[in-house]
Design a protein around this ligand. Structure first.
Ligand code: OOG
Ligand code: MG
Length: 262
């Protein structure tokens, strides 16, 4: 940890203001080049505390940069973890106001819902499978508070891993009914196929992502509470969005999720 509490609070406020005003910043490590992971998660926690104080409810947790496709796209090498807010939830098949975002992108993910608390260190895939109530198909809406999505790992963690919204729907399934790693998906934008992949792209099995989240939270004295909704990370590269774009993702065995930016 390199920052004092006042600087953490100031950087959190700067990122929240960028979100509210849709006025992007340059990455915070330009100004504070020695920031470490603890600083980054402390800034993210300060944003979370400020949102809760303002009446926002935390709708779930997220893992990001968990596939090679995403790591390559963003030029980084390690997963990151963040949270989802109630105001970012949009209905399946519904409309999403484009003006709420700076420069939105979408990505297809598998989401987990748990019935048992998961805690690290040492959390592994078997414990995640045992704690999973069901899985659901989901689309995450990303929006960086950094201009043109130009960030490094420390800056993106501080910015709550670009979290901006999500849509879930399709069909919830028990995990034992599926072969999750070979589960395929097709992403369509305006009726054209733009990405296709299998869920094994996420760390071999998306449940691994949930275990990593539990282990990451443990370092901060936290757990994944029972009943959590967890997005496990983009399976394909993220897709840039313009006003009017319609997105539909077809997931093998899990139905489809769609949304339209208006
Ligand atoms: C960071 C967030 C990554 C994912 O699923 O990989 C993420 C970003 O790419 O802006 O949510
Ligand atoms: Mg994501």
């Amino acid at each position: 940890m390199t920052l004092d509490q006042a600087t953490i609070a100031a950087l959190a406020a700067r990122l929240e203001e960028a979100e509210h005003k849709r006025a992007p910043l340059t990455k915070i490590t330009d100004e504070y080049p020695h920031l470490d992971w603890d600083d980054a998660y402390a800034i993210q926690e300060a944003i979370r505390a400020s949102k809760i104080k303002a009446g926002v409810r935390i709708a779930g947790l997220k893992c990001g940069l968990t596939s090679q496709a995403k790591m390559k796209q963003m030029n980084v090498t390690e997963p990151v973890f963040g949270f989802l807010c109630d105001y970012g939830a949009y209905p399946d098949g519904g409309e999403v106001p484009f003006d709420k975002f700076i420069a939105p992108r979408i990505e297809a993910e598998v989401a987990f819902v748990t019935h048992t608390e998961l805690s690290g260190p040492g959390c592994h895939i078997a414990q995640v499978l045992a704690a999973t109530e069901f899985v659901m198909p989901a689309v995450e809406i990303l929006d960086s508070r950094y201009r043109d999505f130009k960030f490094d790992l420390i800056s993106v963690v501080a910015d709550n891993t670009s979290a901006a919204g999500f849509v879930t729907g399709g069909r919830a399934r028990c995990i034992e009914e599926l072969d999750l790693p070979t589960l395929g998906l097709v992403v369509e934008k305006n009726g054209r196929i733009v990405e296709l992949a299998a869920a094994a792209a996420v760390l071999g099995h998306p449940a691994t992502s949930v275990a990593m989240l539990a282990n990451n939270l443990a370092r901060r004295g936290q757990v994944i509470p029972a009943g959590s909704f967890i997005m496990t990370g983009g399976i394909t590269a993220a897709i840039g969005i313009e006003r009017g774009d319609a997105i539909s993702v077809r997931f093998q065995d899990l139905g489809s999720v769609s949304l339209r930016f208006v």
